[in-house]
Design a protein around this ligand. Structure first.
Ligand code: PLP
Length: 481
């Protein structure tokens, strides 16, 4: 190599080094600005409209049709974030977001997400990121203890409850028919859910190849709980017809009304017939952090798997779904597949997360959960859960006392299902009027064949004043209807 070339290379390297430092400094400046933006956003979100005020296609039309050839400064990008993106955001982090299951992207979790992105570490197996494997194990172990599960349970983080439940269904198939992994599913395996189960169960079963005609929707009782007697009857009937019942999914906290299935009776039936029992407590599992609510998990200790979403009521921004199973051996048998390029040395303490599910890559989601659990501690989280449950009861009392509104379901947790004593159209009109105010967002469901309004409390910043504002808007909208 000539001296000139040497000199050039060194200069280029120095320039590159300088570029890298400038790049990092640029980040430091924009990063501080972004954190300031987030703090300002969190302190003023309650004054923003909850629902995005845009029409379909508005944002799409405002965005250039192709990406820039030349990079742009952070200032320009952040300006457009404010100008273009923000108006199209429905504010889930809003204290008067009462739709679906209200949730919180809390500050420790925001920082945890930021650090996870900075590290960009991928926990496909232990060696590729011991921190991902071991912190996930520890954080899920803490959560397991908080909800009163024994140390028999193995936990893993997936993105959503839909993914978690799909993995449960594959485990159920693996338990009953290990051949299916090689030969594919036969179309005689039957899965049972209730007519109130979340649609993710049906979707998961479709994805796994169970076939919709092999999915039984067990009727629910007047309080929207799966009827165990009907479950038993349907299983017997299927067996007589030569079918192979393999999985039952119970729900603790159904999506529409938060009803709680009779898991102990369902567990008896599952055990009698050798079915895998999966419990979907995606929303309600969080309530078991409260000793006085632990009873909702009764019978779950006999299940094979369960799912609890930290991104619903546990202060963690989407996505973090905790999947627990007492049969990690079956989960591993169903999913491990190691090509030559991913072979590692065996060590009993080194979990290779890729062996426990479909995705190979494994995000460092546990970091934000760990931040949340440490920052708030169990007591602060319990205080929040208690308030939400109490306010739901107080809101239900307002509904019960009003001559023109009625309650449609019991209120075991933080969701109230109610309706104006009128037609579905009148109820829809009330909901739309209230939501159009921008002050609150409530959603609806259908219970007993009738449109039902649904108020879900779950955001950390929510106060009783926010709940009252929703009630006053509803009463006003009903008057002017
Ligand atoms: N299970 C229940 C009971 C739910 O209420 C929901 C969503 O609200 C889900 C599963 C699906 O959750 P995810 O969006 O994490 O897939």
């Amino acid at each position: 190599m000539s001296k000139t070339t040497d000199h050039k290379t060194a200069a280029a390297a120095a320039k590159q080094e300088g570029d890298w430092q400038a790049y990092v400094e640029d980040f430091r400046r924009a990063g501080h600005e972004t954190v300031d933006w987030i703090a300002k956003y969190l302190s003023s979100v309650s004054e923003m409209p909850v629902l995005a005020q845009t029409k379909p296609g508005d944002l799409l039309d405002a965005l250039p049709q192709s990406a820039p050839e030349q990079g742009e400064p952070f200032d320009a990008i952040l300006r457009d974030f404010d100008r273009l993106i923000m108006p199209a955001v429905t504010q889930w982090n809003h204290p008067r977001f009462f739709a679906y299951f209200a949730c919180t992207g809390s500050t420790p979790a925001i920082l945890g997400e930021m650090l996870a992105a900075a590290l960009n570490t991928n926990g496909l197996h232990w060696k590729t990121s011991p921190a991902v494997a071991e912190l996930e194990q520890r954080a899920l172990d803490w959560l397991r203890q908080w909800i009163g599960l024994s140390d028999e349970w193995f936990g893993i983080v997936y993105d959503t409850a839909s993914t978690s439940s799909m993995h449960a269904i594959v485990c159920a198939r693996e338990m009953l028919d290990p051949e299916a992994r090689t030969t594919g599913s036969r179309n005689d395996m039957v899965l049972y859910m209730s007519d109130q189960s979340h649609m993710s169960i049906e979707k998961g079963a479709i994805a796994v190849g169970v076939g919709q005609k092999n999915i039984r929707k067990v009727p629910s009782d007047v309080e929207f709980r799966m009827r165990a007697d009907e479950l038993a009857r349907m299983i017997e009937e299927d067996k007589r017809a030569g079918k192979r019942p393999f999985c039952v999914v119970a729900t603790v906290g159904t999506t529409s009304s938060t009803s709680i299935d009779p898991v102990p009776q369902i567990a008896d039936i599952a055990e009698k017939h050798g079915l895998w029992l999966h419990v979907d407590c995606a929303y309600a599992g969080a309530a078991a952090v409260l000793p006085e609510q632990r009873h909702i998990m009764s019978g779950t200790e006999r299940a094979h798997s369960l799912v609890l979403n930290a991104h619903k009521w546990l202060l963690t921004p989407i996505d973090l779904s905790a999947f627990y199973t007492r049969r990690p051996d079956i989960l591993r048998r169903a999913f491990s597949l190691t090509p030559d390029y991913l072979k590692t040395q065996d060590d009993p303490r080194a979990h290779n997360l890729m062996d426990y599910g479909v995705p190979l890559g494994h995000r460092f989601r546990a970091l934000k959960l760990w931040f949340v659990m440490r920052y708030f501690g169990r007591e602060r989280i319990q205080a929040m859960l208690r308030s939400h449950i109490q306010w739901a009861k107080d809101f239900a009392a307002l509904v019960d006392a009003h001559p023109r509104f009625e309650r449609v379901a019991p209120v075991p947790l933080s969701v109230v299902c109610f309706r104006y004593k009128g037609s579905d159209d009148e109820n829809r009109a009330i909901m739309e009027k209230v939501n159009a105010s921008g002050r609150v967002f409530i959603a609806s469901t259908v219970l007993n064949g009738r449109l039902t309004l649904r108020l879900a409390i779950g955001n950390l910043e929510t106060t009783w004043k926010d709940v009252m504002e929703a009630w006053e808007l509803l009463v006003l909208a009903a008057k002017s209807d």
